[in-house]
Ligand binder design. Structure first.
Ligand code: SF4
Length: 710
């Protein structure tokens, strides 16, 4: 068995046991980046007029297990970075805040009056705090009366969210504490590379391995996570669904199904059992490229484990069939009796910093706070009563993220866009087309910390505060609500996103109802979410501080919170989970003569999402300075390419130019590009915006490309 210890980058990330608590001076808060939300102490220092920020991990936050990754250790540089925006800009010219907000409000009023309220759109982000996500949704529906709001989390976890709602009646990404992983006997990570995306997560897997537990990883690449696994299923991109069907086929055939659990806690098994009967192992091998023996071994490890977990990441989810793929993995977990069983389960490994909370409180096109549906009359009546408006005045569902971005500036589409916490010029699929759409707008307003690639295209740029300069809550990947505290003073000239919304709402005729104070917003969010699936009514800032986080649902202040919501029943009215019959289908775009190679995209340890933050951190840039394309040596030889050659990668959407990295860690029919870079190095110039019919997730993980020497 290989040791599960990541040595990527300069930081050891999985050494055991966890380090003793660091008694660091400073303010207790959380990392600005991923959904693990590792705890950290942040202290500002100043010597000879030079500001610095010292960061130390907090061992008392269980998810991070007392660790930080390279991104977390260096996050202090975000606070002292010289490229920080500190003055509002109108058409590139410095302006006062009063000028900028007056100008934006006047333009919004005019565009809305001339073209109707849906001519103004709002786009948010999965990194925004719960307070910001909530107020942004309220601002769109109440102050602007627009239905046109969505957010970049649609590009991350939406397929897993949709599949969880179908199966369990509720999406609480990981419905158990992440520390439960250590007690499992087998863990399957389908399409996740946690050793690079959230290294301290590996500590929980390492503890599992120390007890003799087994790790299975499915990935087209031999990633650091796959290298550490007992079993690596190196499937072809876009075939995750067939793989899951095949594993369930074997589980049924080999007698691994937990029949008592299926009878007592689920419905719909028979139809699913029939549907997987056609996915015999040899057929699955032909489709996925994974040998039958490995499929059988994976099914055996899962089927004979006393406690097992099935986790999905973006590799399985970011497809035009992502919802069905996750449903297939959930079907497998249900057949084995895992969800809602202590020590076992299914979970989505949420990616963005507030990817869980950000999808609960109303910045999604079809949603109201508390994970309520916007077309549910009772939900509309409740939220409208909290907001003091007539439910009939609440807009209905709007366009999903890609559809919204693609409609900008087109006939019948929005003429203005307000954008918070997102950089779609780099992160949206088919990014070249989205840049053209943004350029066609009458008004683009971007609130950001730095001049991101999207902010650089804006008519108005509003400089805002960031993580350790402000307070607010996030909800980590396990559904635990955490408190980010203000640890350092923001630079003069910047305002919080909440203050921006408050100032705009006032100018649009709402002097009340849009407080800039995070606690006031959170207290209203608690009331708005009360009675909904994501019920925060009993969660207070004081409780979060005293209890190192509170799990939702938490309907009352004397309620303990709910670490494992499905132990007694699932959230469907009859308390049972649903098997959902699904079938495999090819990727939207298959390799062909013109574009003969699969491209898959993903992340690297040193960078985060669109790279707007991490590409400005010197040590992270040194670690991975530029984008690249990974190719197998056989493919490189066929194409006449050597390591380091400049390579042109072309798809039906556009072309990118990057250096080649030749590695045996990838399939010979597939190339890989990380997506954190902009301009000619942008992987998303190539990706396919084909959408999942349920979640509206784009097909980031597979498209067809041509590769040649530049
Ligand atoms: Fe932890 Fe994620 Fe921050 Fe790394 S990026 S320190 S894993 S929260």
């Amino acid at each position: 068995m290989k040791p599960l210890e990541s040595t990527i980058g300069s930081m050891p990330v999985a050494s055991l046991p966890a380090p003793p608590p660091v008694k660091a001076p400073g303010t207790a808060t959380h990392c600005p980046y991923c959904a693990l939300q590792c705890g950290m102490s942040v202290a500002a220092t100043e010597e000879a007029g030079v500001r610095d920020v010292v960061i130390a991990p907090r061992a008392e936050i269980p998810a991070g297990a007392g660790g930080l990754c390279q991104k977390g250790w260096t996050a202090g540089e975000l606070l002292t970075n010289g490229s920080r925006l500190t003055t509002p800009l109108i058409e590139g010219r410095p302006a006062t805040w009063a000028e900028a907000l007056d100008h934006v409000a006047a333009r919004l009023r005019r565009i809305s009056a001339e073209h109707g309220p849906d001519a103004v759109a709002v786009f948010g982000g999965g990194g925004l705090t719960n307070e910001k996500a909530y107020l942004l949704g309220k601002f769109a529906r109440m102050a602007l009366r627009t239905s046109q709001i969505d957010y970049n989390g649609r590009f991350c976890m939406s397929s897993a969210a949709a599949a969880s709602i179908r199966a369990f009646g509720m999406d609480r990404g990981m419905p158990f504490p992440v520390t439960d992983l250590a007690g499992a006997d087998t863990v399957l990570v389908a399409g996740g590379n946690v050793a690079e995306t959230m290294p301290p997560f590996v500590r929980h897997l390492a503890r599992m391995r120390e007890r003799g537990g087994r790790l299975i990883v499915t990935d087209p690449r031999l990633t650091p996570t796959a290298k550490a696994a007992d079993l690596h299923l190196q499937l072809a991109p876009g075939t995750d669904l067939a793989l899951a069907l095949g594993l369930l086929h074997i589980a049924v055939a080999e007698g691994y199904v937990d029949e008592d659990y299926v009878a007592a806690r689920t419905t719909g098994f028979d139809a699913v059992a029939i549907s997987v009967s056609a996915w015999w192992p040899e057929r699955v091998e032909r489709v996925t490229g994974v040998p039958v023996a490995l499929l059988r071994e994976a099914a055996r490890l899962l089927g004979t484990a006393k406690r097992a977990m099935v986790l999905t990441g973006r590799g399985a989810e970011q497809h035009a069939k992502g919802t069905d793929t996750v449903s297939a993995f959930i079907n497998l977990a249900l057949a084995l009796g895992l969800p809602g069983t202590e020590g076992s389960g299914y979970a989505c490994v949420t990616g963005q910093g507030n990817g869980q909370g950000g999808r609960e409180h109303g910045q999604k096109a079809d949603q109201l706070p508390g994970y309520r549906k916007i077309d549910d009359p009772a939900a509309r009546a409740h939220v409208a009563s909290v907001w003091g408006m007539d439910p009939g005045d609440l807009p209905g569902p709007g366009r999903s993220a890609y559809e919204l971005l693609d409609a900008l500036g087109t006939p019948g589409g929005p003429r203005a866009l307000l954008l918070f916490g997102s950089n779609p010029v780099v992160s949206a699929p088919g990014a070249g087309r989205i840049a053209e759409r943004l350029a066609g707008l009458d008004l683009l307003v971007v609130a950001d910390v730095v001049l991101s690639e999207t902010a650089a295209k804006a008519h108005v740029v509003l400089p805002v505060t960031q993580w350790a300069e402000e307070s607010g809550t996030t909800t980590n990947l396990e559904g635990r609500v955490l408190l980010r505290r203000r640890a350092v003073a923001p630079p003069s000239g910047v305002r919080s996103d909440l203050a921006v919304l408050s100032g705009l709402a006032e100018r649009l005729g709402h002097p009340e109802g849009f407080p800039a104070e995070p606690r006031a917003v959170f207290d209203e969010l608690r009331r708005a979410s009360a009675g909904g699936p994501a019920d925060y009514a009993g969660i207070t800032y004081e409780r979060i501080a005293a209890e190192t986080g509170v799990f939702w649902p938490c309907p009352a202040e004397d309620h303990p919170g709910t670490p494992r919501p499905f132990l007694d029943r699932f959230a469907h009215p009859d308390g049972r989970a649903r098997f959902i019959p699904v079938n495999h289908r090819p990727a939207d775009e298959e390799a062909d003569e013109e574009y003969p190679i699969h491209l898959t995209t993903g992340r690297v340890l040193a960078h985060y999402q669109s790279g707007a933050q991490t590409r400005r951190i010197a040590s992270l840039v040194r670690a991975v300075p530029e984008a690249y394309v990974e190719l197998h040596p056989d493919l490189a030889e066929r194409l006449g390419l050597a390591d380091g050659d400049r390579v042109r990668v072309t798809s039906r959407r556009g072309g990118a130019e990057v250096p080649a990295r030749i590695t045996g860690a990838i399939r010979s029919d597939t190339v890989f590009m990380p997506f954190h870079w902009a301009g000619r190095a942008s992987a998303n110039l190539l990706t396919n915006p084909a959408l999942d019919p349920v979640s509206r997730m784009p097909e980031f993980k597979v498209c067809a490309v041509r590769v040649e020497k530049a």
